[in-house]
Design a protein around this ligand. Structure first.
Ligand SMILES: *[C@@H]1O[C@H](CO)[C@@H](O)[C@H](O)[C@H]1NC(C)=O
Ligand SMILES: *[C@@H]1O[C@H](CO)[C@@H](O)[C@H](O)[C@H]1NC(C)=O
Ligand SMILES: *[C@@H]1O[C@H](CO)[C@@H](O)[C@H](O)[C@H]1NC(C)=O
Ligand SMILES: *[C@@H]1O[C@H](CO)[C@@H](O)[C@H](O)[C@H]1NC(C)=O
Ligand SMILES: *[C@@H]1O[C@H](CO)[C@@H](O)[C@H](O)[C@H]1NC(C)=O
Ligand SMILES: *[C@@H]1O[C@H](CO)[C@@H](O)[C@H](O)[C@H]1NC(C)=O
Ligand SMILES: *[C@@H]1O[C@H](CO)[C@@H](O)[C@H](O)[C@H]1NC(C)=O
Ligand SMILES: *[C@@H]1O[C@H](CO)[C@@H](O)[C@H](O)[C@H]1NC(C)=O
Ligand SMILES: *[C@@H]1O[C@H](CO)[C@@H](O)[C@H](O)[C@H]1NC(C)=O
Ligand SMILES: *[C@@H]1O[C@H](CO)[C@@H](O)[C@H](O)[C@H]1NC(C)=O
Ligand SMILES: *[C@@H]1O[C@H](CO)[C@@H](O)[C@H](O)[C@H]1NC(C)=O
Ligand SMILES: *[C@@H]1O[C@H](CO)[C@@H](O)[C@H](O)[C@H]1NC(C)=O
Ligand SMILES: [Zn+2]
Length: 324
């Protein structure tokens, strides 16, 4: 996640890890620097105990009636997307923080929206979401990064404050479909990918083309999971109130495929397509995932079906942890 730190933190990281240009910084697809190595490459804070992403085990999610609906501001406006860039790590859309913000949903205050970016796999048949649900990994994941208004829109100030509520990130799963996407914004957004093939390309101006809600169409934004975690890229600061929406955005497979076949990663030597830009799931370490009270939920003990789903999820979680 959180490609927004790239220039700032990657520069920091390069300085701390490199004594010359031939060394590698953190990465996704090279065994020398992929996410299994981040706790060593960037021990502050990738070696922490409240890291993201996680596998959400639905049978262990606790109800919390404080998780009311959000108040989204500017999500319908088509003036909020300022520009789109290839950061070398992800595709990042800079948002107009004067217009876009989110509050409610048990967040401690107003959070201004800074940017959104994406994580993907390698074509629609190799999924690339960061969070998983009962072991299921979705095709892609969208992260809207919002910073508490008390930091005046400054991400670096927010991270420097060592505040576990500094950021509120909204995560949306993306699921492939062979039908036309209901969320019309994806056709618009992906049409600009060829303008930012390389991370050296200039940002592309995409104002007045589409809106946030046009990318989120079809998702019921009152249904979500909540937990405390971190940035999913070095330096993995544990500064994030995570909201992961339950319903995926449905996006046409051909549009999903454009990400892994158009956009190149930052690479010193030969250009390589940016694929599998996600971090694997991290241990919960006792953290609890909560969600709003389901009208239909049974107040009694989980059914045997739920229990067996639970053990299956645990098995899947253990399996995925073993791979780390
Ligand atoms: C710096 O480069 C030299 C040779 O070019 C190499 O042997 C050495 O391991 C590099 N140092 C680091 C920290 O990567
Ligand atoms: C990451 O690198 C480790 C070795 O450091 C390797 O065993 C593992 O397969 C790699 N995983 C991914 C997802 O690239
Ligand atoms: C990470 O933390 C664990 C437990 O605190 C410790 O055993 C391990 O050495 C740490 N690893 C690094 C690379 O700092
Ligand atoms: C809900 O909010 C109230 C008031 O802030 C707090 O006392 C309570 O602990 C919260 N409940 C949960 C489940 O977090
Ligand atoms: C939603 O937030 C806006 C400011 O961003 C505020 O003007 C409005 O009153 C809020 N609405 C509700 C229902 O809280
Ligand atoms: C991604 O998929 C393409 C086409 O199937 C394949 O050539 C390439 O090796 C894959 N890349 C990675 C990193 O798995
Ligand atoms: C934010 O702006 C206010 C008013 O301009 C100022 O008092 C405050 O110190 C600023 N906070 C930060 C974190 O920069
Ligand atoms: C994107 O690039 C194409 C040429 O490939 C160009 O015609 C178009 O104007 C560019 N779009 C924007 C918004 O810059
Ligand atoms: C992107 O950068 C590449 C390499 O520098 C260049 O060949 C290409 O024309 C650029 N594309 C656009 C749309 O500017
Ligand atoms: C977008 O639309 C707004 C409102 O109509 C206008 O003020 C602004 O100049 C437009 N921006 C671009 C880049 O077209
Ligand atoms: C942008 O928003 C304005 C006002 O809501 C609307 O008239 C216009 O059609 C929208 N443009 C696009 C491309 O959606
Ligand atoms: C979203 O879900 C809530 C809770 O189940 C439901 O009351 C509401 O009608 C749903 N909204 C839409 C637009 O489907
Ligand atoms: Zn992210």
């Amino acid at each position: 996640m959180i490609a927004f730190l790239i220039s700032f933190l990657a520069a920091l990281l390069c300085e701390s890890v490199h004594s010359n240009n031939s060394a590698v910084a953190w990465c996704y697809n090279n065994p020398l620097c992929n996410f299994t190595t981040w706790p060593e490459l960037s021990p502050h804070y990738c070696n922490g105990s409240s890291q993201s992403p996680i596998n959400i085990v639905t049978a262990q999610v606790l109800e919390n009636s404080n998780l009311t609906q959000f108040n989204f501001t500017g999500f319908d406006a088509n003036t909020t997307f300022i520009s789109m860039a290839n950061s070398g790590i992800s595709v990042v859309v800079t948002l107009d923080e004067e217009i876009m913000s989110v509050q409610g949903g048990d967040l401690p205050g107003l959070y201004v929206s800074k940017q959104f970016h994406l994580h993907w796999g390698n074509s629609s048949s190799f999924p690339g979401s960061e969070h998983t649900v009962d072991g299921k990994q979705y095709a892609m994941e969208l992260h809207i990064v919002n910073v508490h208004s008390k930091y005046n829109g400054s991400l670096s100030a927010a991270l420097a404050a060592n505040d576990s509520s500094a950021l509120a990130v909204l995560g949306f799963f993306i699921e492939g479909t062979n039908e036309a996407s209901k969320a019309k914004g994806w056709g618009v957004l992906t049409s600009f990918l060829r303008n930012i093939t390389y991370s050296g390309n200039a940002t592309v101006d995409i104002m007045n083309r589409t809106s946030m809600n046009s990318l989120l169409e079809g998702v019921n934004k009152t249904k979500y999971y909540r937990y405390r975690g971190s940035l999913t890229t070095p330096s993995c600061n544990e500064a994030v109130i995570w909201t992961v929406f339950k319903e995926p955005i449905k996006v046409n497979n051909n549009l999903i495929n454009l990400f892994s076949t158009t956009v190149f990663a930052k690479n010193a030597s030969a250009p390589v397509l940016n694929v599998n830009n996600f971090r694997g799931v991290q241990p919960l370490n006792g953290r609890v995932v909560t969600s709003q009270v389901e009208q239909t939920a049974s107040p009694t003990a989980p059914s045997s079906a739920a229990t067996s789903i639970s053990s299956l999820s645990l098995l899947l979680l253990l399996t995925s942890l073993c791979c780390l």
